[in-house]
Design a protein around this ligand. Structure first.
Ligand code: GLY
Length: 365
């Protein structure tokens, strides 16, 4: 694989286009693209209680060096349970109390929760301000920081309130992964494996070969892998920004996975649930005769090598099945499932037989 110093990718969305910068050291030296955005502006840097002690001051220094007029901050308690209206209100009121105007820019410095909430706050503060993503988790680097899905949770479900609001720039410094807990790293690797199965068989082979190096946090390898996943996501988002069609393939393993998260009361984290969900989707595809057993075994082997679970004991098939209908991605009471046809290719399936779906769930519980 080619090892480079810095990669610059583009999410091509006409007037909403933006760059993704990927490179070691970008947190401290984000370069001229960042300076163009930050120079002369009031910045609100948003982090949680995990990322703030690690990175907030370094990010503030870089933003000030890039020529910001001022750099304020907002820190909220870490955890999905805080991605809610109460934190959003606090954030927005903090921005208002600082008299930040509509030319100010919000910066998300954190994982998926921070990015989703910052983006949503940016979408509605003063009817919309600019924002920049600086993801600190692998999951946020390869998935949630790119594509403009923003939002908060309701007690009734995850991400039920939100907006499509694209960032102006995504700055990814893979060295930030050094402080990511191992379980969270594996959670991000589930999303990486997802890209491989849905659209990149060559990436699948690379993951297969280098699983050990990934678990050992080979940062040069991560730079390449993160760039490759961002490119795949950028291509999909450029074709279908608002998930009217092909963007749904990014939900591979997620309909089963979200249901498992709910049923297990989040004992499984997102990536673990997605990994089990990929196994359920792959099993269903084999049962339906659209995916071959050999490829399913390769998927199982890869997820094993990445130390991700394939099964979860203790949940009931019927509970998981019912919870799948609560996913906001389902339409008109019908299941929409992403099923593999071969490694690197999936289909959107709207007519899966419910008995077979239950069987596939049961085989992984
Ligand atoms: N995480 C899936 C998407 O952004 O569409």
């Amino acid at each position: 694989m080619r090892i480079s110093v810095m990669q610059q990718l583009k999410v091509d969305l006409s007037e909403r286009s933006y760059d993704i910068l990927i490179g070691a050291g970008l947190l401290d030296e984000p370069g001229s693209a960042a300076a163009e955005i930050f120079a002369g502006r009031s910045i609100l840097l948003i982090a949680d209680t995990n990322t703030a002690p690690l990175y907030l001051e370094r990010a503030r220094t870089a933003i000030n060096k890039a020529g910001a007029a001022r750099c304020e901050s907002f820190v909220f308690p870490a955890g999905e349970e805080n991605k809610n209206f109460a934190t959003l209100e606090e954030l927005l009121r903090h921005a208002a109390s600082l008299e930040l105007d509509r030319k100010s820019c919000f910066v998300a410095l954190g994982g998926g929760v921070c990015g989703d909430m910052t983006g949503f706050a940016a979408s509605c503060y003063m009817r919309g301000v600019d924002f920049v993503q600086i993801p600190t988790s692998l999951l946020a680097m390869v998935d949630s920081s790119v594509g403009g899905k923003t939002g908060i949770d309701l007690p009734e479900g995850k991400n039920l309130v939100g907006a499509f609001w694209q960032p102006q720039l995504v700055i990814i410094d893979p060295t930030l992964l050094k402080t990511l807990p191992a379980r969270e790293l594996r959670c991000g690797l589930a999303e990486v494996a997802k890209y491989a199965v849905i659209m990149d068989s060559e990436l699948f082979d690379i993951l297969d070969e280098y699983a050990e190096r990934l678990l050992a946090l080979d940062l040069e390898l991560y730079e390449e892998i993160v760039a490759r996943c961002c490119q795949l996501k950028a291509d999909v988002v450029a074709q279908d920004e608002r998930e009217g069609g092909i963007r749904a393939i990014l939900n591979y393993g997620h309909t089963f996975g979200h249901a498992l998260e709910i049923v297990t009361d989040f004992t499984l984290n997102h990536g673990e649930a997605v990994a089990v969900g990929m196994n359920m989707a792959g099993t269903l595809a084999v049962d339906m005769g659209v995916f071959n057993k050999k490829d399913l075994l390769r998927q199982i082997q890869l997820l094993n090598d990445l130390e991700l679970p394939q099964t979860f004991f203790g949940a009931q098939t019927e509970d998981v099945f019912k919870a799948m209908f609560k996913d906001k991605k389902q339409s008109g009471g019908k299941l929409v499932l992403i099923l593999p046809e071969k490694l690197g290719k999936v289909r959107i399936e709207r007519n899966a037989d419910e008995k077979m779906v239950r069987q596939a769930i049961g085989s992984c519980l």
